[in-house]
Ligand binder design. Structure first.
Ligand code: FAD
Length: 403
């Protein structure tokens, strides 16, 4: 006979692991299923290829979950300023945390650090079982429950199945939830690089017609780059030897931080916009990339995912506290209404930026340079943009607010 859980979370990536911690210590019996064994060790001076710009709202969530101190111990890199400029004009925008009396704009953190700290925290809760490595194949509806089948032939049942299983979500496919979106016909090349000058704990981004190039400050003085460009150029960049790559990177970045001296391992990720038409179905809910994927230009993707997890856990725990069934469409709809509109707004804004900055037509170039200059004028509009970028605006779940 298969074991029964209240909630099964498929995927222990950053978002799934965060959701599990949010349900930790509650009366829910939770299983988390993860296909890949997460990294628990790595060489001390190595940097993960994948890093995230983590907003203040996400930091609040990690603090509330008791995972933040462990992240700090493993290494986080605060950034205080952000410089964005247009390669095809004189438009510049500069954000400084001092303008809104905040100690920092956010942190750059390796994805493996975030995931490991959350998994360690999750491990401390008796009501959560991690089933790993295990891949789910199908999910069937049975009377009063859903049955989750594994590749191994095993199965477990649950009142609610949450898909935190990324952009190609099996949970979403099995629930028959469609997606809308398109490929950006771009790939993001990522690497950790050393530069002649200090990154000054600043996030830098130059917009070029083929896509933005970001330098994100790492704690060891290096920068993590995200260079979004045509798939052809991305493949060429991956094929260059280290010296030629450093040269090309320095030129593309106007040598803002001096020469690029050294580049580590490189990889490229295809970029697409994808939004699920529904975040819920009977006994199903989607969070994180399973529900939405956006262009990384403003470093928002996983931050939105953490807010999804915080909102979903809040409505589920609220239903539990009121003694109501938590898996009903009424409860799940509250989650969907809360997060879908906010996510759509951010996705549309990021998509608009991507298109505006990719445009080469003269009127659009004038428009964006004028827009950047107006947005850069010190005052309430700019301060509001800074708060928005820090994730401090909007209808935030309790876990994401300062208490
Ligand atoms: C180049 C790049 C830079 C980015 N930079 C930023 C940034 O600075 N800030 C930011 O906020 N976001 C950023 N993002 C977005 C961010 O990386 C994603 O939003 C985030 O990784 C999504 O996390 P997730 O947990 O939802 O999904 P995933 O990380 O995809 O995790 C899904 C998990 O589910 C597991 N899984 C999948 N299928 C199954 C199955 N059938 N059975 C069991 N387990 C399964 C997988 O093994 C995986 O561990 C960036 C993205 C890219 C591509």
């Amino acid at each position: 006979m298969s074991r029964h859980y209240d909630i099964v979370i498929v995927g222990a990536g950053m978002v799934g692991a965060a959701l599990a911690c949010m349900l930790g210590g509650s009366r829910f019996q939770v299983a988390v299923i993860e296909a890949r064994r997460p990294k628990t060790r790595w060489p001390r001076d190595s940097v993960d290829l994948r890093v995230s710009a983590v907003s203040a709202a996400s930091q609040h969530i990690f603090m509330a979950l008791g995972a933040w101190d462990r992240m700090v111990e493993m290494g986080v890199s605060p950034y205080h300023e952000m410089h964005v400029w247009d390669a095809a004009g004189s438009g510049v925008i500069h954000f400084d945390c001092a303008a809104i009396a905040e100690p920092r704009l956010g942190h750059i953190i390796e994805n493996r650090v975030i995931q490991r700290a959350l998994l360690e925290r999750m491990d401390a809760f008796d009501n959560i079982d991690l089933i790993c490595p295990a891949s789910i194949t199908t999910i069937e509806d049975e009377v009063g429950q859903a049955c989750v089948h594994f590749e191994s032939g095993d199965a477990i049942t649950a009142a609610l199945v949450v898909g935190a299983d990324g952009g190609n979500s099996r949970v979403r496919q099995q629930a028959g939830i469609a997606t809308q979106g398109w490929s950006y016909e771009q790939k993001a090349v990522v690497a950790a690089v050393a530069t002649r000058k200090s990154h000054e704990q600043t996030a830098w981004q130059r917009f070029m017609p083929d896509g933005p190039l970001a330098f994100l400050p790492l704690r060891d003085g290096r920068s993590s780059i995200v260079w979004s460009t045509t798939p052809q150029q991305a493949d060429e960049l991956l094929a260059l030897d280290e010296t030629a790559f450093c040269q090309a990177l320095g030129e593309a970045f106007e040598c803002k931080l001096g020469e690029v001296l050294q580049a580590g391992e490189r990889a490229a990720f295809p970029l697409r916009l994808q939004h699920s038409t529904r975040y819920i179905a009977p006994r199903r809910a989607l969070v994180g990339d399973a529900a939405h994927m956006i262009h990384p230009l403003a470093g928002q993707g996983v931050n939105l995912g953490f807010l999804d997890a915080a909102a979903l856990s809040e409505v589920l725990l609220d239903a539990l506290a009121r003694g109501r069934p938590f898996h009903t469409q009424g409860v799940l709809r509250r989650y969907e209404r809360w997060r879908k509109g906010d996510n759509l707004l951010t996705m549309s804004a990021m998509d608009g930026f991507k298109r505006l900055f990719g445009a080469t037509a003269f009127p659009l170039r004038v428009l964006r340079n004028t827009g950047l200059k107006l947005a850069n004028i010190d005052g309430p509009v700019k301060n509001s943009l800074i708060r928005q970028a820090m994730g401090l605006k909007g209808d935030l779940p309790k876990l994401a607010r300062w208490t």
